[in-house]
Write a protein that binds this ligand. Structure first.
Ligand code: ADP
Length: 189
C-alpha cells in the first residue's frame, strides 16, 4: 500500500493536489473537511454538532474525527492505499491514525507538505469565498483557521519529521509544477 498524508495550511491547495494524486496512483481519499460538510448537508446529529465549530474555524473534537475515520477505513480493506487530506490536524489525531493503520497491518509512508505564505493563503481563500460561497471563507474565519493551524496543527509536522517522513514542497506556482514536485518525492520513496 501507499499511504500519504497531504499537509499544509488552509488554502495551500490540498484538495486540488489530492485529486491529481488519486488519479495517478488510485488511492482512496479521506478528506475530513469534505466528510464533515457532507454530514452538515445531510443534517445529521454529527453535522449539527460540527456546524458552529466549523463556522468559527475551530477544530471539531478529536474523538468525533477519529470515529469518522475509523468507520470509513474499516470499509476500505481492499484499497490500494490512502491519501489523508486535512487530517491528522492534531498530534492526538496523528497518534490515533498510527494505531488504526497498525491494526490494518500498514503505516504512513510519507507526509507531503504544501508550503505557502500567509498573505497568499488569505488571498486564495477570499477568492474561493467569492466564487464558491463556502461559509468559512470569510476574512474573520480565515484568520482564525490560520491561527488554529499554527497553534494546533503545525506540531503534526514535527511528529512525522521525527520519523523521517516529512517532505515539503513549494506550494506556489503552476498546479502541474507543484504536482511534479509531489510525484518526484513519491517516486523516490
Ligand atoms: P481548510 O483546510 O480549507 O480550512 P477543511 O475543508 O479541511 O478546510 O476543513 C474545514 C473545517 O472542518 C475546519 O476549519 C475544521 O473546523 C473542520 N475540520 C476538518 N478536518 C478536521 C480535523 N481533522 N480535525 C478537526 N476539525 C476538522
Amino acid at each position: 500500500m501507499l499511504n500519504i498524508v497531504l499537509f499544509g495550511p488552509p488554502g495551500s491547495g490540498k484538495g486540488t493536489q489530492s485529486e491529481k494524486i488519486i488519479d495517478k496512483y488510485g488511492l482512496t481519499h479521506f478528506s475530513t473537511g469534505d466528510m464533515l460538510r457532507a454530514e452538515l448537508a445531510a443534517e445529521t446529529e454529527l453535522g449539527l454538532q460540527a456546524k458552529s465549530i466549523m463556522e468559527k474555524g475551530e477544530l471539531v473534537p478529536d474523538e468525533i474525527i477519529i470515529g469518522m475515520i475509523r468507520n470509513k477505513i474499516s470499509e476500505e480493506s481492499d484499497a490500494r492505499g490512502f491519501i489523508f487530506d486535512g487530517f491528522p490536524r492534531t498530534v492526538a489525531q496523528a497518534g490515533a491514525l498510527d494505531s488504526l493503520l497498525d491494526e490494518l497491518g500498514t503505516k504512513i509512508d510519507v507526509m507531503l507538505g504544501l508550503e505557502v505564505e500567509r498573505q497568499e493563503l488569505i488571498d486564495r481563500l477570499l477568492k474561493r469565498g467569492q466564487e464558491q460561497g463556502r461559509a468559512d471563507d470569510n476574512l474573520e474565519t480565515i484568520e482564525n483557521r490560520i491561527k488554529v493551524y499554527e497553534d494546533q496543527t503545525s506540531p503534526v509536522m514535527g511528529y512525522y519529521e521525527s520519523q523521517g517522513k516529512y517532505h515539503g514542497v513549494n506550494g506556489v506556482g503552476s498546479i502541474d509544477d507543484i504536482f511534479g514536485g509531489l510525484t518526484g518525492i513519491i517516486e523516490a520513496l
